[in-house]
Design a protein around this ligand. Structure first.
Ligand code: SF4
Length: 466
C-alpha cells in the first residue's frame, strides 16, 4: 500500500466533503464513546488497571530480548516453528515460501494489522494464491478493494447501502440492506472457504512468554476457524506483542475490550499453544509464527518508544476530533488516528509522513482514554520537533515558529510586540469586527473569520489587576 500520508491535507479535504463518511463517523463517535464510558464506569478499578497495564508493557519493552528468547523456547517446545523477519520484505518471503512449498492455492486470513503493514495480501495475490479475508469488515473491504479505515472496524467508513451493492455483485443476490441477511450471506460464503483452505493466516493480540502461546481476540470467531481448520497455520505478528505471563495477558485483555468496544471481554478469546497434538480433535498440523521487526527495534532506542506499549484497542481514534472528522483513509497508511500519527512516522519515516503529527488539536483526549497511558500528544510533539529540525514544514511556518521562540525568550519584547500587534489588528478590524482574509493566518481565515481583537491583551490585563 502506497504511503499517501504526505497528502494528508488533500486527503482530509476530500473526506470532509463526503456526507456518507460523515454519517458513518457519527456512528463511530456515538457508538464507541458511549460504550467505553459505560464499561469504564462499571469498573471502579479501571484507572488502577491502566497503571498496571502501562507497567506491564514498559517492563516487556525493557527486556524484550529476554522475553523473545523465552517465548521462542516455549513455542518450539509446544511444536511451533519460529521465524524472525527484519522487515516487510523478509516477512513476505517467509510466508510465501511456506505457502509455495505446501502447494497452497487458497488461504483464509483473519485480521492482522501487521500483515496489512507489510502488504502481505498483495504479495499473496501476486503469487497467484487466492486469499479470503474472514473478518466481516475485512471481507467487505476486500470486495471493495480498499484498505481498512479503523483498527477494529475496518469498514466503519461504509454505509449499509454500499455494502448491500457490494454483496449483491459478489454473491449474485438481490441487493438488501437487512444486516442479518448480509451477515448470513457472508457466513455462507466463508464457511466453505474455511473448509477448502490449505492454510490460514492470523495475527496475534498477545504472545505469552511463559507458555509460548498466541492469543487472538475476535467477536466473530473467525480467527478460531482460520487457525483451526486448515492444516497449515501461520501467525504474522510483531515482536512487541509479548507479555511475560498469562496473568499479564488477561490484565491487558480486560483493558483492551473495555477501551475498544466497551465490552467486558471480547466474545472470542483464544489461547493457542502449538499445533495439534496426538489425541487433539482439531487444530493445524503445522504452526509457524513470523515475528516481524520492521522498525520496532529502532523505536526501542528512540524517544517514541512508549508507542510500542500500544495494544491496538482503537480508543484514541474513537475519541479524536480529527479522526472523527476525516476518517481513517486520510491518514494514508495502515495505522490511523492519533496512534497512526505517531507510529506511521516511526515505521515509514517522518520524511514520508510529515503532516501526520500535525493532525491533532492537542486536546489530549487520546492520552486520557489510552488504556496503557501512551502520551500521544507528547509523542506527536517529538515528531513535530524532528520535522522542524529537518526543515519539513513550509518556510513561512518555520519562520513564524522561530520568531515566536525568539520573542518567548524575551518577555518584555514579547509583551511589547504582541501589544502592538493586537492594537494594530484592533484598529484595522474596527469597522467590521472581524477578518475574512489575513495573509499570515490564511489557514484560519480560509475556513472561518478571525474576530478582531478588542481592548488590551490578557497579559496587560493581568498586569493591571496586580
Ligand atoms: S495508542 Fe492507546 S488508545 Fe490508541 S490504539 Fe494504542 S492502546 Fe489503544
Amino acid at each position: 500500500m502506497e504511503v499517501t500520508s504526505l497528502r494528508f491535507r488533500e486527503n482530509a479535504r476530500r473526506a470532509l466533503r463526503d456526507p456518507q463518511l460523515a454519517r458513518a463517523l457519527r456512528m463511530v463517535r456515538e457508538g464507541f464513546q458511549q460504550r467505553r464510558a459505560q464499561a469504564v464506569a462499571n469498573l471502579p478499578e479501571f484507572e488502577e488497571l491502566r497503571r498496571i497495564g502501562a507497567g506491564i508493557r514498559d517492563h516487556v519493552l525493557e527486556r524484550l530480548d529476554l522475553y523473545l528468547e523465552a517465548f521462542e523456547r516455549r513455542a518450539r517446545e509446544a511444536g511451533a516453528q519460529i521465524h524472525y523477519a527484519l522487515d516487510g520484505a523478509e516477512a513476505r518471503r517467509i510466508v510465501l515460501d511456506l505457502l509455495r512449498s505446501r502447494g497452497v492455492s487458497l488461504v483464509t486470513k483473519s485480521k492482522s494489522m501487521v500483515a496489512e503493514e507489510i502488504e502481505l495480501a498483495e504479495a499473496i495475490e501476486a503469487e497467484g494464491i487466492r486469499r479470503v479475508e474472514t473478518d466481516l469488515g475485512e471481507y467487505i473491504i476486500q470486495l471493495a478493494h480498499e484498505p481498512p479505515s479503523h483498527l477494529i472496524g475496518p469498514a466503519v467508513h461504509m454505509t449499509v447501502e454500499r455494502i448491500a451493492r457490494l454483496f449483491a455483485e459478489a454473491h449474485g443476490t438481490e441487493p438488501t440492506t437487512d444486516a442479518q441477511e448480509l451477515v448470513a450471506q457472508a457466513r455462507r460464503v466463508l464457511r466453505q472457504k474455511y473448509l477448502d483452505a490449505e492454510a490460514g493466516i492470523t495475527g496475534a493480540n498477545f504472545l505469552v512468554a511463559e507458555t509460548g502461546s498466541v492469543i487472538t481476540v475476535t467477536n466473530e470467531g473467525n480467527a478460531e476457524l482460520t487457525q483451526g481448520l486448515p492444516p497449515l497455520h501461520i501467525v504474522v505478528t510483531s515482536i512487541e506483542k509479548l507479555v511475560p505471563t498469562m496473568e499479564d495477558a488477561f490484565t491487558l485483555l480486560r483493558l483492551l475490550a473495555r477501551s475498544g468496544t466497551g465490552q467486558e471481554f471480547a466474545t472470542y478469546t483464544t489461547v493457542l499453544t502449538g499445533p495439534r497434538r496426538e489425541g487433539d480433535l482439531d487444530g493445524p498440523e503445522e504452526m509457524h509464527i513470523v515475528l516481524v521487526d520492521n522498525g520496532r527495534s529502532r523505536m526501542l532506542g528512540s524517544p517514541v518508544r512508549p508507542m510500542l506499549r500500544c495494544i491496538r484497542c482503537s480508543a484514541c481514534m474513537n475519541h479524536c476530533p480529527v479522526y472523527l472528522a476525516v476518517g481513517g483513509h486520510a491518514y494514508g497508511w495502515t495505522y490511523v488516528g492519533p496512534m497512526g500519527s505517531v507510529l506511521t512516522p516511526a515505521l515509514a519515516g517522518i520524511e514520508q509522513t510529515w503532516p501526520l503529527p500535525e493532525a491533532s488539536t492537542f486536546c489530549g483526549r487520546c492520552e486520557e482514554v489510552c488504556p496503557v497511558r501512551i502520551p500521544l500528544p507528547g509523542l506527536m510533539r517529538v515528531w513535530r520537533e524532528e520535522a522542524f529540525r529537518r526543515g519539513l514544514p513550509p518556510a513561512t511556518q518555520r519562520a513564524g515558529i522561530r520568531l515566536w521562540a525568539f520573542l518567548a525568550k524575551r518577555p518584555r519584547l514579547y509583551r511589547l510586540a504582541f501589544g502592538l500587534a493586537v492594537r494594530t489588528l484592533g484598529l484595522l478590524g474596527r469597522r467590521r469586527g472581524r477578518f475574512s482574509r489575513l495573509p499570515l493566518a490564511s489557514g484560519w481565515t480560509s475556513v472561518r473569520d478571525l474576530p478582531a481583537p478588542q481592548g488590551r491583551t490578557f497579559l496587560e490585563q493581568l498586569g493591571r489587576g496586580r
